[in-house]
Design a binder for this molecule. Structure first.
Ligand code: B12
Ligand code: SF4
Length: 484
């Protein structure tokens, strides 16, 4: 038995520098049932079409393709179309967050035979068996497909969520790790290490921020035990990693578990460089001793979903249950360590006022000023299908996207295009100050490693930054008095 798993091209110029984790998790669980797997990552291949063509010659039972957003789903559909042209009988299964939330649009394309909802480990294994033994997809829980009458059928939700402690060793040998090392980009996400892998040790999150996929999928929180987590970290190290990005939505949801893992890593002297996603309020609540523990365990970077510089937006609009004070306190706290804080902000949120946006800019500068080791990222809101914020967007004028193309329009990274909500008055302000926004955006692409050229660039950037900092601080106060 043989299957092909494909990671489609990242659209919008996004690059990743690690093997596709979702696909590796599925491949791991397939190995348990001795199904042979081939992984094709379109992002690291010069000619993915040729590789796919060759893989199809061996007549796989089916091909599984991943997707994160509408735009990656579009890429997945392009690949599905190609596969159907090359081999019309090959069954195609789509999975991933976006596919799970927009099943009808995908099935209507006519290129996909089945969609896996949520966790793929057990569901995909069952789908493969059904296709292999020519059984009925109705027997698999958690899938959506079209029956012979062309009706969309959604089977019963799976009775249990995947137990992460049952995840076998990840099959790193199925991906060419050297290809990812050579793709190091200068993006801030990039670790200053050459061999980066990622790991997900828990799923779900107890919070329900209205823009987050967790609020759309409502998946419950569950986690690997500290022992299993450590085992996977050691596996990653044995595979050659010097850094592991822990991609859990909320690794610190269970404080006891998280502390135990950090202590174990420290005791075992793993020597791995780690990064985590963390909430600002949690970091502040745990204080300096926790920052020290993080650092001792090898943490070099934390990604903080700051979202907005306006507490009104944080509390009333997106339900973040945190405040801007927490963001700045977390930034100050990190100053006591060498841990780099990357603070992610959003604009274009429904009901945002000019003043809120200005507060966000001001917060960005404040963060950079207060801690020179910190970074900020500024993205526009991409409303996700079925997320609670979507209703708010509709009430504030967003026309409901009906087609895949309409969803993708909302993912355009350019702020001036299809941003969900920009107050009328601010559009001109936006246009006039585009170069400043562009600068803030480019600030995150600063390189980690200083070369002579970078130093010159940084010096130039430093002057530009200070001028802008002053500009936004003045602007902020001006707006405070004129737009109450
Ligand atoms: C690392 C990461 C990235 C990386 C790389 C993404 C990647 N391909 O691995 C980078 C930095 C590039 C990135 C970028 C973005 N990301 Co991101 N990212 C993540 C993060 C933190 C981890 C992804 C991961 O590895 N998960 C672990 C694996 C095991 O889970 P998984 O991929 O979901 O796979 C499981 C199932 O989905 C399913 N499955 C997946 N593929 C397949 C395929 C088949 C055939 C089957 C059967 C099943 C299946 O089975 C897997 C195992 O159970 C997630 C949050 C999270 N914890 O998942 C956000 C997340 C995926 N990102 C998100 C977003 C919004 C973005 C950005 C738009 C951010 C931005 N504003 O720019 C961009 C868009 C990228 C793009 N153009 O597509 C959202 C997506 C929400 C949605 N679509 O509803 C998430 C879920 C964050 C969130 N909580 O809201 N991201
Ligand atoms: S805390 Fe983070 S992961 Fe949890 S719901 Fe909010 S944005 Fe999503």
């Amino acid at each position: 038995m043989y299957v092909v798993l494909i990671n489609p091209k990242f659209p919008n110029g996004h690059v990743d520098f690690r093997p596709p984790l979702g696909i590796l998790y599925i491949a791991a669980s397939l190995k348990k049932s001795e199904i042979e797997v081939i992984i094709i990552d379109e992002n690291i291949l010069d000619n993915p079409k040729l590789t796919i063509q060759q893989a199809l010659k061996k007549k796989p039972i089916c091909v599984g393709i991943s997707s994160i957003l509408g735009s990656s789903c579009q890429e997945a559909l392009k690949t599905s179309k190609l596969i159907k042209e090359l081999s019309p009988d090959t069954k195609i299964v789509l999975g991933g967050v976006w596919a799970s939330l927009q099943t009808d649009i995908i099935l209507d394309s006519g290129f996909v035979d089945c969609i896996c909802l949520g966790d793929g480990e057990e569901t995909f294994r069952e789908i493969v068996e059904v296709y292999h033994f020519k059984r009925d997809l109705n027997q698999v829980q958690g899938v959506v497909f079209k029956n012979h009458k062309n009706e969309i059928v959604t089977t019963k939700q799976r009775s249990e969520y995947f137990d992460l402690d049952n995840l076998p060793q990840l099959p790193y040998s199925l991906v060419d790790l050297s290809k990812y090392q050579s793709r190091r980009s200068s993006s801030f996400f990039q670790f200053p290490y050459t061999r980066l892998l990622s790991l997900e040790t828990s799923r779900g999150c107890g919070f329900r921020c209205s823009f987050c996929s967790n609020a759309a999928t409502r998946r419950p929180y569950r986690a690997m035990s500290p022992e299993t987590t450590l085992r996977h970290l050691v596996d990653a190290q044995r595979a050659g990693a010097d850094g592991v990005a822990v991609v859990d939505d909320n690794f610190f949801q269970d404080h006891e578990r998280a502390s135990m893992i950090l202590k174990k890593i420290k005791e075992e002297k793993l020597g791995l460089n780690l990064s985590f996603l963390i909430r600002a309020d949690y970091l502040v609540m745990q204080g300096l001793p926790f920052v020290e523990l993080l650092e001792e365990a090898g943490c070099k970077m934390v990604l903080i979903g700051a979202e907005s510089g306006s507490t009104r937006i944080l509390k009333n609009i997106i339900g973040k249950k945190s405040s801007t004070q927490n963001i700045h306190n977390a930034n100050k706290l990190l100053k006591h360590s060498k841990i780099k804080g990357v603070f992610g902000f959003l604009i274009g949120l429904p009901q945002e006022k000019i003043f809120d946006i200005s507060s966000t800019f001001k917060s960005c500068f404040q963060i950079l000023r207060q801690n020179h080791n910190s970074r900020v990222t500024l993205n526009k809101l991409i409303p996700l299908p079925k997320s609670p914020i979507l209703q708010d967007c509709f009430s504030n004028g967003l026309v409901e996207p009906k087609t895949l193309e309409e969803w993708i329009k909302l993912e355009d990274p350019r702020w001036e295009r299809n941003t969900v909500y920009i107050p009328q008055k601010i559009s001109t302000w936006f246009e006039n100050h585009r170069k400043y926004f562009d600068f803030l955006r480019s600030y995150r692409f600063e390189n980690w490693h200083d070369s002579k050229k970078d130093c010159r660039y940084k010096l130039k950037a430093w002057f530009k930054y200070n001028r802008l900092n002053l500009f936004f601080t003045l602007n902020h106060y001006l707006l405070k008095f004129t737009h109450r």
